[in-house]
Design a protein around this ligand. Structure first.
Ligand SMILES: Cc1cc2nc3c(=O)[nH]c(=O)nc-3n(C[C@H](O)[C@H](O)[C@H](O)COP(=O)(O)OP(=O)(O)OC[C@H]3O[C@@H](n4cnc5c(N)ncnc54)[C@H](O)[C@@H]3O)c2cc1C
Length: 402
């Protein structure tokens, strides 16, 4: 039987996150975005409220909720601003879920527990100056010396780069495989701020997520003990891709929230603004833009809910998550463009939220798999050129804890 109702617990998550974002962030978001400054208080609040550990089991310091709850929180956060949802993408989706699935018990106690409690803020650093979509083009190396690894390289366009305490990073441990672009030479590591040889910085002049921090990491002869390696040597690509299955899910749900935000702002404005003595909402072509937002919101929500349901069941969802991420981010770009159109000239000024929505939506069409990468993936699945083999490790099936 298919049940389209949210449980009382899910409704409570929706209410709590919605109220927090409306109360604490919405009144300040225009100013935060305009200044382009990250307010560390917000990351701390998200942690204290338990949102950052929302789907981490209670035994590891989290709220013990399911993956639908993670999606609902993502949708509600991005309804107010994309930078809020980015925390759930990088901290929870990309980093915590990877530790939960790939970390040893010792590593979970060391990083997952404080991250789930919001005591540490976590990021994910895959992209490099010359390698985004082309993961095997990355250049960072981790050369083994005795029982330690020495990392050299640079990561860029990393969310929370200048503010997170820990990062999941990927580097080549097998330099022959690096030459051959064989991804089984990549290895994943957890790194901590304060490690000798680690430098971070902030990127300025961004189009999107201006209220959030995005930056770079540099490793210069940075030594890490073997205890910081996640998985085995050579598991780095699998872990990076596994992480993206979780991060993309939050991006999908978040972009769906952005479509809803565009719809709500457009509906309000279309009822108030008049031309020729009639509210603009009565013009057919304005109705069409709002109808597109409505249709896209409902269909994108169903797509991410299905992906979340598969995660809860412990089933492979790479294809469904990619579809949800692709459709929702493309829909949010269309919705934001149309929302500015509905507002006319007033949509071209940051007095209207839709101006920010129009800038914010763009980055999500690029990160966690560009529009083109997901388009190719979906075509390849449909054509039978791509099939999913069983995963080395799967996200744990959701089990309610006592
Ligand atoms: C605000 C923001 C935050 C980010 N946060 C993070 C983060 O926290 N961690 C992290 O690791 N990265 C992060 N990124 C980086 C992001 O993941 C990359 O930008 C993304 O993977 C694309 O890589 P690229 O920018 O190098 O573009 P490229 O890979 O160089 O692509 C350029 C263009 O070519 C197209 N293209 C490339 N390859 C193909 C192909 N095979 N087929 C068809 N078209 C192709 C792309 O679709 C795109 O249009 C962030 C980016 C932004 C903008």
């Amino acid at each position: 039987m298919i049940d389209f109702d949210l449980s009382p617990e899910h409704r409570e998550v929706e209410r709590a996150v919605r109220e927090y974002a409306a109360r604490e962030v919405a009144p300040r978001i225009r100013e935060l975005d305009e200044k382009g400054e990250y307010d560390p208080k917000i990351g701390r609040q998200l942690g204290e409220l338990g949102f950052l550990g929302i789907c981490v089991p209670r035994r590891y310091g989290g709220a013990g909720l399911d993956y639908i709850a993670l999606g609902l929180a993502s949708e509600e956060l991005e309804y107010v601003d994309t930078f809020l949802r980015v925390f759930l993408s990088v901290h929870t989706g990309l980093n915590c879920m990877s530790l939960l699935t790939w970390g040893t018990e010792e590593q979970k106690q060391r990083w997952l527990v404080p991250q789930a409690k919001g005591e540490l803020l976590a990021g994910y650093a895959l992209t490099e100056p010359n390698a985004g979509s082309d993961v095997v083009g990355l250049q960072s190396t981790a050369v083994k010396r005795g029982d330690r690894y020495v990392l050299n390289g640079e990561k860029t366009w990393i969310s929370l780069a200048d503010v997170a305490d820990t990062f999941l990073v990927v580097a080549w441990t097998d330099l022959d495989k690096k030459q051959r672009r064989d991804h089984s030479g990549l290895t994943a590591f957890m790194i901590e701020r304060g490690t000798k040889g680690l430098e971070t910085g902030t990127l300025h002049g961004k189009l999107s997520v201006r209220a959030g921090n995005t930056g770079w990491l540099a490793f210069r002869d940075m030594e890490l003990p073997a205890a910081n390696r996640i998985g085995a040597e050579g598991d780095g690509f699998k872990i990076a891709m596994f992480a993206l299955d979780q991060g993309r899910f939050t991006v999908a749900a978040g972009a769906t929230g952005l479509v809803r935000a565009c719809r709500d702002a457009s509906v309000k404005y279309a009822r108030e603004r008049t031309t020729a003595g009639r509210p603009i909402g009565e013009h057919q072509l304005v109705k069409q833009m709002i109808a597109e937002m409505e249709g896209d919101y409902e269909s994108c929500r169903l797509l991410w809910l299905r992906a979340g349901w598969l995660k809860n069941e412990g089933r492979r969802n790479t294809r469904e998550t990619s579809l949800a991420k692709w459709r929702a981010t493309v829909a949010s770009e269309k919705a934001a463009g149309n929302a500015v159109q509905v507002f006319g000239a007033y949509g071209c000024n940051n007095e209207a939220p839709v101006e920010r929505f129009y800038r914010n939506c763009k980055a999500a069409v690029i990160y966690e798999g560009t529009r083109e990468i997901h388009t190719v993936m979906q075509a390849d699945y449909a054509l039978g050129y791509r099939t999913d083999r069983p995963l080395a490790r799967s996200l744990p099936k959701y089990e309610a804890e006592p």
